[in-house]
Design a protein around this ligand. Structure first.
Ligand SMILES: [Zn+2]
Length: 431
């Protein structure tokens, strides 16, 4: 019996794994929420950028309260806003980050080697965005299909030669694809699992779409890094769930897709990439690095409530430190501007109550955001050229996971004595 089989047999779930999640209950196993990890107050949807003519209107704010399920240890938010409302016209274009494109290209090369993919195989990416990744499979002659619910970004993918189905993924979409002769030898999903409100429907769809000896790879920020690294700004309404290896193994095994390998990645402040196969496929061995990560999580106590107990107090201290820095900087007459307009930035700014009283404006490389305003805080978003005109004393880097790339790009601010501020894991000023 392999270690995966042990996991499969040792957990018994209290509710049927079908049907929509019930409000106030775990979206995987149905247990009622009783243990709060952190309350980040009320926040607007982090991608709801405002036009100037919307600034005087009412904005919708929803609670950002994170729970941990005492049964399966899935860390999660309640679904206050449906996935359809959030993702149908999403403003996030993956191709605007150089380091993310490099990450995608490396993944494609690695998978082609590792799985021996040829023009006879088929790759399906779920939440394929603007074709940032599948374009590299297409360039190497491997048939690829993107599935992406946001029509605006899917159109961009089509211009790169990436066929894209504009649809949400789940059991129904998977069945339709299989009926059309579309089994997949490789199914991948990068930073999509967190965004799935109905997890059981999504993973159930993977089971249907995967070819008998196929592989699923899924990447997501690793909960162990989120908690240990104080990365509370990973929490926003678009991220319904926050996964440890422990929780995700339980979910995938319950759907007949045991995980046999895992890789740790530096992306998004520390992610993992899991590899799953059919339970019936005995050709893929459980790897040592999977066993090692399981053990590290167990040592940290990831499946105990105690592990989550002091996160909230650390988050509150981070807020006090960031405000302390900003208050001192403003008292000294310094000028502070932001860099980036990522989802995590909006959690940070709204939770801390930072508006144009502290940060004059922020800049972003994505032209789709220029001239708009951050939700809730109403900080204006300009193109990066504005930063060179303003000559700020401090640049607050909101996508701190890309801080090295950004500090390289903006090295020139040192000419006028400009410095960088990174808020996570704790407030740090870089010369
Ligand atoms: Zn649960």
């Amino acid at each position: 019996m392999s270690a995966v089989d042990v996991i499969e047999r040792s957990r018994i779930w209290p509710s049927a794994m079908t049907g929509r999640p019930v409000p106030g209950c775990c979206r995987f196993c149905g247990t009622a929420f009783r243990h709060r990890v952190v309350d980040l107050g009320m926040s607007p949807l982090c991608e709801s950028f405002l036009r100037a003519d919307q600034l005087n209107r009412m904005e919708a704010f929803y609670p950002l309260t994170v729970w941990v399920c005492e049964n399966c240890f899935l860390v999660q938010l309640e679904e206050y806003v449906t996935g359809e409302e959030i993702f149908s016209d999403y403003a996030y274009f993956s191709s605007f980050s150089d380091s993310w494109l490099n990450h995608a290209r490396r993944y494609v090369d690695q998978m082609i080697d590792q799985l021996g993919l040829t023009s006879e195989n088929r790759v399906v990416e779920i939440a394929s965005n603007d074709g940032y990744l599948l374009q590299y499979f297409v360039q190497r002659g491997i048939p690829a299909l993107g599935i992406e619910p946001a029509a605006n970004v899917a159109r961009v993918a089509e211009t790169k030669g990436v066929p894209t189905l504009v649809r949400f993924f789940g059991v129904e979409t998977a069945r339709d694809l299989v009926l059309g002769g579309h089994h997949a030898d490789l199914i991948l999903g990068n930073n999509v699992l967190a965004q799935v409100p109905d997890l059981n429907d999504f993973v159930g769809g993977l089971k249907i779409l995967l070819a008998p000896s196929g592989v699923v790879t899924i990447e997501f920020p690793h909960l162990l890094r989120t908690i240990d690294g104080n990365q509370f700004d990973q929490v926003y309404h678009e991220h319904f769930s926050y996964f440890s290896l422990y929780a995700v193994e339980g979910i995938f095994a319950a759907h007949g897709l045991p995980i046999f390998d895992v890789e740790e990645l530096p992306t998004h402040g520390g992610s993992i990439r899991i590899y799953a196969r059919h339970a019936e496929d005995t050709t893929k061995e459980v790897t040592d690095r999977l066993l090692a990560l399981r053990e590290r999580e167990a040592d940290a106590g990831i499946a105990t409530l105690g592990y989550y107990a002091d996160f909230e107090s650390r988050v509150r201290e981070t807020k006090r430190k960031l405000l302390e820095f900003l208050i001192e900087a403003k008292r000294a007459g310094k000028r502070v501007v932001g860099y980036g307009a990522p989802g995590k930035g909006n959690t940070m700014l709204n939770y801390c109550g930072i508006r144009t009283d502290f940060v004059d404006f922020t800049v972003d490389r994505s032209p789709h955001k220029h001239g708009k305003f951050l939700p809730g805080t109403h900080i204006p978003i300009f193109s990066p050229e504005q930063l060179w005109e303003a000559r700020p004393d401090y640049v607050l880097i909101l996508p701190w996971n890309l801080k090295n790339e950004i500090m390289d790009q903006l090295a020139g601010i040192r000419e006028w004595g400009g410095r960088f501020v990174v808020p996570i894991p704790e407030v740090t000023v870089y010369p």
